[in-house]
Design a protein around this ligand. Structure first.
Ligand code: GUN
Length: 279
């Protein structure tokens, strides 16, 4: 089975859209501000897609664009302004940032209640301690996809390939909350293939094209591919789709798997931030 991220994300966007239209009847609206610095091509595409889908869902969205030479101070000033603006429910600073801007400083400056990425230490801590918090969009999207195949994940061996703050670590927290037995693999792991082969649920988030081969996958595993890698003008994932698709019970394609879910979850997070600040 191929997991249709496009369809599942569309359903989620529709749900957000319905709620937003009800909110609008009361004269209010969730607002999303995206800060985009520099001209890194993939970020331009991601942000364009985020803006397009936010508009489709009826969320007021604005993209604030800065040249790559912008000072850290200017960006911090803008974040302060957005923190204090009651029309803005969510703030997202697109990563990566130019090297003269300190990523931690920027993330820490965003008001935790408006941090739609869930990257602020308050939200990271909230997720780790099991209290309610904003969950990063990509792992949240992955969980939706896994649950579209299987609702009860209790006792499953979940193996995550990659330990980034954006994906691997929050993914581990989410699956732990689902009562999975969670293993995180990384570049120093001794035998990646054997460890992957133990997975009932395998999440590949390393950014190495087609690294996971069919013979790394346990029969009937659920395989979620977070990778977006360029291969001769084509986009491919971290999993070798052709050799894996008949071994896995369910697998996400690239493109059309995790990608659309990330944006749908961003809209969901924006709506949640709005609801919390208006309750
Ligand atoms: N760059 C790549 N993915 C992301 C994301 O989920 N959030 C932000 N802010 N930047 C990114």
């Amino acid at each position: 089975m191929i997991i249709d991220g496009k369809k599942i994300s569309k359903d989620l966007v529709e749900k957000v859209k319905d709620e937003v239209s009800k909110i609008k009847k009361n004269g209010k609206s969730p607002g999303l501000s995206v800060i985009l610095i520099g001209d890194y091509a993939p970020s331009q595409i991601y942000v364009k897609n985020k803006e397009k889908l936010a508009k489709e869902a009826g969320i007021n969205s604005e993209v604030i664009r800065y040249p790559k030479e912008i000072s850290e101070k200017e960006v911090l000033k803008k974040i302060d302004e957005l923190n204090d603006n009651s029309e803005i429910s969510g703030i997202l600073v697109q990563l990566p940032l130019p090297s003269h801007i300190n990523k931690e400083k920027i993330i820490n400056a965003i008001k935790p209640s408006k941090d739609v990425d869930g990257f602020h230490p308050m939200n990271v801590g909230g997720l780790a301690s099991g209290t309610t918090s904003i969950v990063p969009c990509t792992p949240l999207g992955c969980l939706f996809l896994i649950k579209s195949v299987e609702k009860n994940l209790e006792g499953k061996n979940a193996v995550i390939l990659g330990r980034s703050n954006l994906n691997g670590k929050p993914m581990a927290q989410l699956l732990l909350k689902e009562n999975c037995t969670v293993t995180i693999l990384h570049s120093k792991t001794k035998d990646l293939k054997t460890e992957c082969k133990r997975a009932d649920i395998l999440i590949a988030a390393v950014g190495v094209k087609e690294m996971v081969k069919g013979d790394w996958i346990k029969k009937d595993a659920i395989v979620i591919d977070v990778g977006i890698n360029k291969d001769n003008g084509k986009i491919v994932g971290d999993v070798d789709f052709e050799s894996s698709k008949n071994i896995a019970k369910a697998i996400t394609p690239v493109p059309g798997g995790v990608g659309p879910m990330t944006i749908a979850c961003l809209l969901k997070n924006t709506l949640e931030c709005f609801k919390k600040s208006n309750s």
